[in-house]
Design a protein around this ligand. Structure first.
Ligand code: NAG
Ligand code: NAG
Ligand code: NAG
Ligand code: NAG
Ligand code: NAG
Ligand code: NAG
Ligand code: NAG
Length: 760
């Protein structure tokens, strides 16, 4: 068992098979006696391609250093492994390879923080181009490697051996070991929440099928992640995107929120437009973590007193606090919520009953903490039973059933499939000032400090007040979270959406004003209007008009389907907005993230594009992204992964996918179930229907869509335009002006070729 990695390479990944003697040619050796010191010089050992580095990364501003491996060629410097995640070392710490084969991390006062148990004969260490850091004998044979000791991440060519596990970080920014673990249990590979900070399993929320005694989890160079049996056969594919790791950076990570995600990042060195580069999600599981927590020992995907709902794009759950509660730690989204009031005082039970009221949340259940249940009860009686009981924190009322819940409330989730509601008991006196619209209006003197721009500059305190302490989350993306709020506007209360950018780089901080002023100069009825911004200390926030009818993602995929007429209007409006951004602004704006979650609807269902102009500001986010590729086709144009310039045609591609979704009312990829691998890729299906003259079958199961049948010509034309927009070759895609003219019927739509007719 001295060289497990090499033997597995032989079995599974012949393409990277290296005779042991050739390893030495691929990297420069770290010879004995070499060391690195944690200080602000950023010294590191870099792989020969320059893609990976091993060294110290400062993770807390006050000077905590993580001995880690990271992607070195990208701005984010994303960490993929670390030695001392639970004890970041101080400035002056040192990692050294000693002549006797010890490899040790010492603090500035000589204390041992981490080490690799001594291996006789170690001649050198090396950072390999795969992202694997190794200790080797002078024969080139590896005796220790970081790939055998993963933290939360797997890289292409890495194998998770039976008995190994991945443990999530504590939060987005705290790299300590967190709540979730991916490991073998009972013959399966399972996702579990831990009894933090202990290691024992509390709750298992997802698992694979049965493994075999010699199974391995393989992440291969072609971008597949699968469970393989001892004999090499595939037991189960976990991510079968098939985007090759030759042309992209990839990583698979169990994230702080308990979801395992497979990320990809375009890799081409000579991109002139670096701002387009970011991590995108290729695939993830489980599909909806919100509903999976139910045990008595589980507190739910979002923590106690908090409820979880699938975000619009279903990739990142939204955690919300009920009225009267606020996040325990506003920087950690899954940290749960605490009441802002004194709970019921049991010593004064009878006097206190009338001091409470209920906050009602529809379609929401907390499955934990039942201690009493009643059948055939009126809602009034159910409320009364809880008010009169000092132990009762809430009741769930469904059908005519009433369940009393004790504090803290656990396993909260909001889902349209739950027809009941939760009534949360809150003290009247100090919650009355909380307006249920989501914020207490504050009076703000408008003034402007951006030349030539009529925007309000808000203080952070004003926005904190306007959003009631960032209480009501409307959505959350890779790099930002959006909250509902209200401000006084002349005489009325105006509802606003406040976008809080999570973490932006020093460079983006400098660009913030310039970007904001460029966004503010746009003016079109199909763009969401920017009202103001906040730039204070580390905080960067944007204030937008609030869109009453939410995003296209929730509108489009609801049942019953929205009317054909409104879908046509939305497609036209989106095309007009994009056309303006590409061709009519003083400086062209490429959106880079066109998808249904970024198309918002106002009260008259007019579609408006949001989030434009942010590509530059959001670039440097550490680990998150809002874009999913999922399967082989997403909203992301193929040139992101090829050595090709990024132009406005990337938006045309995304618009094409969106257009097909709008006309067909189907998602770009439809998956049947958690373990069912069969998926329907909308583009492929639409093209097949078009090519075989069966376009009508796209609407065949449309019980409620006579309007489509009556307007079938337009339907067919829109599908053809969609196929033109998703051509692999960007030069074949029409520009947005042409797209708009075709949609409006001003020009003919020629027959589109197969989208993949273009060979790179
Ligand atoms: C990776 O796995 C997939 C699925 O089994 C397979 O088709 C592909 O050839 C493999 N690639 C490599 C480089 O082994
Ligand atoms: C070290 O890295 C930080 C953050 O990337 C950077 O600001 C600083 O200039 C670097 N220092 C040196 C000496 O390269
Ligand atoms: C690395 O060390 C090994 C063993 O001493 C040696 O054979 C090899 O040539 C060295 N490689 C480089 C690039 O220095
Ligand atoms: C990270 O979280 C752990 C566990 O709660 C905590 O002990 C530690 O202080 C946190 N580290 C930072 C830098 O906040
Ligand atoms: C490999 O192992 C799996 C599971 O143990 C078994 O189902 C399969 O038949 C084996 N395949 C071969 C070729 O031996
Ligand atoms: C609610 O009232 C209690 C005591 O009266 C007080 O300590 C607490 O800060 C109040 N909370 C809010 C949000 O006003
Ligand atoms: C289709 C739809 O959801 N329409 C809603 C848009 O918003 C207005 C005002 O909130 C509602 O009244 C509509 O029902």
């Amino acid at each position: 068992m001295a060289f497990p990695f090499l033997s597995i390479v032989l079995l599974f990944t012949p393409s990277i098979l290296l005779p042991s003697s050739s390893i030495a040619q691929r990297h420069s050796n770290v010879t004995s006696g070499s060391f690195l010191t944690a200080d602000n010089t950023n010294s590191s050992w870099i792989s020969s391609s320059g893609e990976f580095a091993f060294g110290f990364q400062r993770i807390v501003p006050e000077g905590g250093y993580l001995l880690s491996i990271w992607f070195d060629k990208i701005t984010e410097k994303t960490i993929v492994w670390s030695a001392n995640r639970d004890s970041p070392s101080e400035e002056g710490s040192r990692i050294q390879l000693f002549a006797d084969g010890r490899f040790e991390l010492h603090g500035p006062r000589g204390d041992l923080i981490w080490n690799v148990a001594r291996r006789g004969g170690v001649a050198y260490a090396a950072m390999l181009d795969s992202g694997n850091f190794v200790l080797a004998l002078n024969t080139g044979d590896i005796v220790w490697q970081s790939f055998d000791h993963p933290t939360d991440t797997l890289l292409p060519t890495q194998i998770l051996e039976r008995g190994s596990s991945l443990v999530s970080t504590y939060s987005e920014t705290n790299f300590s070991t967190g709540r979730f673990v991916f490991r073998e249990n009972d013959g399966t590979l399972a996702l579990q929440s831990k009894n933090f900070p202990m290691d024992n399993n509390v709750y298992q929320y997802w698992k694979t099928g049965n493994t075999d005694p010699g199974y391995k989890l393989v992440f291969n160079q072609s971008g597949y992640i699968f469970l393989a049996a001892n004999n090499g056969s595939i037991l189960e594919e976990l991510s079968n995107s098939g985007v090759s790791a030759d042309r992209t950076y990839q990583r698979a990570i169990l994230e702080y929120d308990g979801v395992f995600r497979h990320y990809v990042y375009p890799k081409f060195a000579d991109s002139t437009d670096g701002r387009m580069m970011k991590w995108s999600i290729l695939d993830f599981f489980p599909q909806n973590i919100c509903t999976l927590f139910n045990g008595a020992m589980s507190w739910g995907a979002c923590g106690f007193n908090s409820f979880c709902s699938a975000g619009d794009d279903e990739e990142r759950p939204i955690c919300s606090c009920p009225d009267g509660y606020s996040p325990t730690d506003s920087n950690i989204r899954m940290s749960g919520c605490k009441p802002n009031f004194f709970m019921h005082n049991c010593d004064r039970q009878s006097e206190e009953s009338q001091l409470f009221r209920f906050h009602e949340i529809l379609n929401t259940d907390f499955t934990g903490g039942d201690y009493m249940g009643y059948r055939s009860m009126e809602e009034d009686q159910c409320r009364r039973a809880c008010l009169d009981d000092c132990f009762c924190a809430a009741v769930v009322y469904e059908g005519r059933n009433c369940w009393k819940k004790r504090f803290p409330l656990a396993n909260g989730r909001k889902s349209p499939s739950f027809s009941g509601k939760i009534l949360i008991k809150i003290r009247k006196d100090n919650t009355t000032q909380v307006a249920s619209s989501g914020g207490k209006p504050s009076t703000i003197d408008p003034y402007s400090n951006l030349p030539g721009v009529h925007l309000r500059s808000f203080s952070f305190g004003e926005l904190q007040e306007a959003t009631n302490g960032f209480k009501e989350e409307l959505g959350s993306g890779a790099c930002s979270t959006v909250y509902k709020g209200a401000v006084k506007d002349e005489s009325d209360d105006k509802v606003i959406a406040v976008k809080k950018l999570n973490k932006i780089s020093a460079e983006a901080e400098k660009e913030f004003k310039a970007e904001v002023s460029s966004i503010s100069r746009t003016n079109h009825k199909n763009l969401v209007k920017l009202l103001g911004y906040c730039e204070e200390g580390q905080n960067r926030l944007l204030v937008y008009e609030f869109m009453t009818n939410g995003s296209l993602a929730s509108f489009l995929f609801q049942k019953p389907k929205p009317s054909w007429y409104s879908r046509v209007q939305i497609a036209l409006a989106t095309a007009k907005g994009l056309c303006y951004l590409h061709q009519e602004c003083s400086t062209q704006i490429i959106h880079c993230d066109i998808k249904p979650q970024n198309i918002l609807l106002d009260e008259s269902l007019t579609a408006k594009i949001s989030d434009f102009g942010l590509a530059k500001l959001l670039r440097t986010d550490q680990t998150k992204t809002t874009t999913a590729i999922r399967g082989t086709r997403g909203y992301v144009a193929p040139e992101w992964y090829r050595n090709m310039p990024i132009t406005s045609k990337v938006d045309v591609y995304s618009f094409g996918i969106l257009l097909l979704e709008i006309v067909c009312c189907r998602r770009k990829v439809e998956r049947h179930g958690e373990h069912d691998e069969s998926v329907v890729i909308l583009v492929e299906w639409a093209y097949d229907c078009y090519a075989s003259g069966r376009l009508k079958s796209l609407v065949d199961d449309d019980d409620d869509d006579d309007d489509v049948i009556r307007d079938i010509e337009r339907f067919e034309k829109f599908v053809m335009i969609g196929i033109w927009c998703v051509q692999d070759d960007p030069s074949l895609r029409p520009n947005m002006k042409r797209v708009l003219h075709m949609l409006e019927g001003a020009i003919q739509v020629p027959n589109p070729p197969h989208p993949e007719s273009f060979i790179t």
